[in-house]
Design a protein around this ligand. Structure first.
Ligand SMILES: NC(=O)c1ccc[n+]([C@@H]2O[C@H](COP(=O)([O-])OP(=O)(O)OC[C@H]3O[C@@H](n4cnc5c(N)ncnc54)[C@H](OP(=O)(O)O)[C@@H]3O)[C@@H](O)[C@H]2O)c1
Length: 303
C-alpha cells in the first residue's frame, strides 16, 4: 500500500453516468473514476465528456482498452495497431488524456495460444501502453485482469512492468484466484495493485447470510455491506478499490467504511482456513495414479 491511504475509485461499469453522482462523489472527497471504452455501449467516454466535461479535471480518471465493437456486438483484441488507436480515441473522446490506461482483460485474447505466442502477444500489447504513457497519451498504464488464473498461464517476467495491476477483490473471490493474483503480481512487480468489483457486481443477499464485521477492528458501527467493502482492500492487499454504485446514499456508506480498520490477523486466519479447506478437499478426492493418467490432457496449453 506504499504507506498511502487506500483510495475509493468510483467504477462506471454498470453506471448510468449521471452528473449528480459525479458531483456527489466530489462532495464526498471521491476523486477517482474508472471506466472503459466498452462501458455504456461504447459511449462512456463521450457521455462523460458531454455531461461532465467541467468535472473531469477534478478526478483522476482510468480507462481501459482491449474490447472493440464488432458486427456480433463486442470482440477482444490485443492487436497493437488497434490498441494504439483505442488509446488515442479515448483521449479524443474524453476531451483530454486520461490519467491511466489499462489493458482490459488481456486473458480474453490469450486463451488457446501456446505459451510463447501468448507471451509475445501480451508483451507487444504492454509495450503499446507503455509507449502511450511515454508519448503523453496517459500518465501511467496498467493491466486489468478479471481472471488472473488464466493470465498467469503466460510467463510475465521480463515483460514491461505495469504501473497498475487491477484485479478482482473481496470476500467473494475464491482462494485459487487470490493465489493466482499474488503469484502474478510478484512476478510482474506492478507499482500498485487496485482491487475491483468488491461485491461481485451485486449479490446483496450474500451479506444476509454471512456477516463480515468480525474482519473489522472494533469499535465501529458499520453494516455488513460496509464491512465487506472495507475488507476487500486486503483480499488481495490493494491501494485502491473500484466499486460501482448509482446511489449517492450508497456512496456515502462506502466512504464511511473507509475509516474502519481491518483486523489483518482475522484476514490471515480466513486465508489459512480457505487453504486448509482446499487441501482437505483435494486429498479427499485424490485418486490412485492410474486414474489420474491423462488428467492434464484437457488442460490449458500454457500448463
Ligand atoms: N476488468 C473488468 O473486467 C471489470 C469487471 C468488473 C468490474 N470492473 C471495475 O470494477 C468496478 C466495480 O465493479 P461492479 O460495479 O461490476 O461491481 P461491484 O462494485 O462489486 O458491485 C456493484 C453493485 O454493488 C451495489 N452497491 C454498491 N455499494 C452499495 C452499498 N453501500 N449498499 C448496497 N449495495 C451497494 C451497487 O448497487 P447500487 O447501484 O444500488 O448502489 C451495484 O449493484 C467497475 O465499475 C469497473 O470499474 C472491471
Amino acid at each position: 500500500m506504499h504507506g498511502a491511504d487506500p483510495r475509493l475509485v468510483l467504477g462506471l461499469h454498470r453506471s448510468r453516468h449521471r452528473r449528480d453522482l459525479l458531483t456527489a462523489a466530489l462532495d464526498l472527497g471521491v476523486t477517482a473514476l474508472d471506466t472503459a471504452a466498452p462501458y455504456l455501449g461504447f459511449r462512456s467516454h463521450l457521455a462523460l465528456a458531454e455531461t461532465a466535461a467541467d468535472l473531469l479535471p477534478k478526478f483522476t480518471l482510468s480507462t481501459k482498452v482491449g474490447f472493440f465493437p464488432s458486427a456480433g456486438g463486442t470482440e477482444h483484441s490485443l492487436d497493437p495497431v488497434r490498441l494504439r488507436l483505442a488509446v488515442e480515441r479515448a483521449a479524443r473522446e474524453l476531451g483530454g488524456e486520461p490519467d491511466t490506461v489499462l489493458l482490459h482483460n488481456p486473458e480474453r485474447s490469450l486463451a488457446g495460444l501456446s505459451p510463447a505466442h501468448g507471451r509475445a502477444l501480451l508483451g507487444k500489447a504492454c509495450t503499446v501502453l507503455a509507449d502511450a504513457a511515454r508519448d503523453g497519451l496517459c500518465r501511467t498504464w496498467g493491466v486489468a485482469s478479471w481472471d488472473t488464473q488464466s493470465l498467469g498461464m503466460v510467463r510475465v517476467e521480463g515483460l514491461p512492468s505495469p504501473d497498475v495491476l487491477m484485479v478482482r477483490a473481496g470476500l467473494l473471490v475464491g482462494v485459487d484466484l487470490l493465489d493466482a493474483t499474488n503469484v502474478l503480481r510478484t512476478a510482474w512487480q506492478a507499482d500498485e495493485t487496485w482491487g475491483m468489483s468488491p461485491f461481485g457486481g451485486g449479490h446483496r443477499k450474500v451479506w444476509e447470510d454471512f456477516d463480515p464485521r468480525p474482519f473489522l477492528r472494533p469499535p465501529h458501527d458499520l453494516s455488513r455491506v460496509q464491512a465487506a467493502f472495507r475488507t476487500a482492500f486486503h483480499l488481495p492487499v490493494a491501494a485502491a478499490m473500484a466499486v460501482g454504485t448509482d446511489d449517492p446514499g450508497h456512496l456515502v456508506q462506502l466512504v464511511q467504511a473507509m475509516a474502519a480498520e481491518v483486523d489483518i490477523a482475522a484476514v490471515s486466519q480466513y486465508l489459512r482456513a480457505l487453504h486448509g479447506l482446499r487441501q482437505g478437499s483435494s486429498s479427499a478426492t485424490r485418486r490412485p495414479a492410474s486414474f489420474r493418467a491423462g488428467a492434464s490432457s484437457g488442460s490449458s496449453s500454457y500448463a
